[in-house]
Ligand binder design. Structure first.
Ligand code: HEM
Length: 461
């Protein structure tokens, strides 16, 4: 109780120099329409009606109660190539089968076995940062790129395990492919352009072939060494669990090497930028609010005592850190929205939904909705999560950075574990503040990211 009171006093003593009233077009557009039409409104998206649903009770119907009537919508073809034909986009029996096979990789017990690997990769990054410090003991970094490298290491380990080095090289190719796609995504859309043999397109096709070839070679190599049993002390990486399902041959429907290729691509796409985004926004927020940075550091130093890295027993004790990550995910959710499509004519609340209607769930807007959160919904106030999500918001479905229901994010535990470890290790070694050149400008480019980067100045503790 005493701790909660002190958290609340931090929250109320803060003057807010930064506006978290995010203005990407999605949000201002949404608030404008909601004022006029209430919590459901339709916008025509080409020939398809797209219904925006922000009432948590209806979202529960879509994700949980009537989920069999709604399916994931198709991604545009360019994006589909990059994200892979894996869990993110699969549907029906094939999706359920893959999810069941892959799930054990992301179980808490398996992830705990990966903590030493995560700590090692973070230690290396922090040692490099320390070595670069000037005589004045400070150094400026643009954190999105820095975090991307750190997260890439971890995702490569989770996906490829012992074949990590080869896997990392494939991820480099995927990162290049994503860069090309991002450029194309922001150009004016010309139908059929992606089939023209332009220099850029040819480069993309080459990359795609190279990624597939390298992944198939890697899978072949691992198949010859994979045994039926893994020791309890070895984490199950994605490649391992999928190859076992493939080798067994009893799985139905069959898992093919091609399925494994697509799932590896998906995990890279779904895990890398989301997690590095979470780390970026959390660092920015702690730099903006030194009182919370100090509170989080005090907790880390108390929990870890003389250990210079958190152990698996320390992680669950980092309560303030958990609240800070939740508040960061609420204000700046990396995935700003998700879409479902009605598989059949159906009913939602008292509305008839024709087959084919797209339903847009505006995660970012729901996280900033004044009818669901307190009047301080645009403020950074981790204390609202002190008694858990249920006490922070009027409806549990109003906090959904990882989605909900059967298709909720499979990597949620991994992302939160890595974020807790990384931020804790930074706090143990450095203080940090926004660089003078920092401009606060959240913008949506597939994910919610800082348009002008996030330069942060680190100082040794
Ligand atoms: C802060 C980090 C992350 C955020 C905010 C996030 C967010 C989400 C959201 C909102 C969904 C649901 C999409 C929908 O319902 O349409 C999702 C699904 C998914 N995420 Fe994440 N994610 C994160 C990290 C990760 C990581 C680390 C991985 C893997 C390494 C991952 C893999 C996936 C996959 C495979 C799916 C599809 C699950 C399915 O449909 O069965 N995500 N994520």
């Amino acid at each position: 109780m005493k701790e909660l009171a002190s958290l609340n006093s931090i929250a109320s003593s803060q003057s807010t120099p930064f506006s978290h009233n995010i203005v990407p077009r999605v949000l201002s557009f949404y608030h404008h329409w909601k004022k006029i039409y209430g919590s459901m409104f339709v916008v025509w998206f080409g020939a398809t009606p797209r219904l925006t649903v922000s009432d948590p009770a209806l979202i529960r119907e879509i994700f949980v109660l009537k989920s069999e009537f709604f399916e994931k919508n198709e991604s545009p073809p360019l994006l589909r190539k990059i994200e892979g034909d894996g869990l993110l986009s699969l549907k029906g029996e094939k999706w359920a089968h893959h999810r069941k096979i892959i799930q054990p990789t992301f179980h808490t017990e398996n992830l705990k076995l990966m903590i030493p690997m995560m700590v090692k990769s973070m230690e290396e990054a922090l040692r490099e940062l320390s070595d670069k410090m000037s005589d004045l003991g400070k150094f400026e970094i643009d954190v999105p790129n820095w975090f991307r490298n750190i997260v890439e290491d971890v995702i490569a380990n989770v996906t490829f395990g012992s074949s990590f080095e080869d896997g990392r090289a494939i991820f480099e190719l995927q990162a290049q492919q994503l860069c090309h796609a991002n450029e194309a995504y922001h150009k004016f859309f010309v139908p059929g352009y992606r089939f023209l043999p332009t220099e850029k397109n040819k480069k993309c096709w080459e990359l795609e072939k190279e990624i597939r070839r390298s992944l198939l070679k890697l899978i072949d190599g691992r198949r010859s060494t994979t045994t039926q049993w893994t020791r309890d002390s070895c984490p199950n990486d994605l490649l391992e669990v999928m190859i076992k399902a493939c080798v067994k041959g009893r799985s139905h429907p069959m898992i093919t090497p091609n399925d494994i290729v697509e799932e590896c691509k998906t995990i890279f796409f779904a895990g890398l930028h989301t997690t590095s985004n979470l780390l970026t926004w959390t660092t920015v927020l702690l730099a903006m609010y030194p009182q919370w940075q100090e509170q989080a550091r005090e907790e880390v130093l108390r929990v870890c005592s003389s250990r210079d890295t958190p152990s698996k027993h320390d992680i669950p004790k980092l309560k303030t850190m958990g609240m800070i990550l939740n508040e960061s995910l609420r204000l700046y959710p990396p995935a700003v929205a998700t879409i479902r499509r009605a598989k059949v004519d159906t009913q939602l609340g008292n509305l008839q939904i024709p087959l084919g209607t797209e339903l847009l769930i505006p995660i970012l807007a729901i996280h900033h909705d004044s009818t669901l959160w307190c009047h301080d919904m645009h403020e950074f106030n981790p204390a609202r999560f002190a008694k858990g999500v249920a006490h922070a918001v009027k409806h549990p479905m109003a906090f959904m950075p990882f989605g909900f229901g059967a298709r909720r994010c499979i990597g949620q535990n991994l992302a939160l574990l890595q974020a807790k470890l990384a931020v804790a290790m930074i706090l143990q070694r450095f203080t940090f503040e926004l660089a003078p050149s920092y401009q606060h400008s959240p913008s949506v480019q597939m994910l919610l990211h800082p348009r002008h980067g996030a330069p942060i100045v680190f100082r040794k503790l």
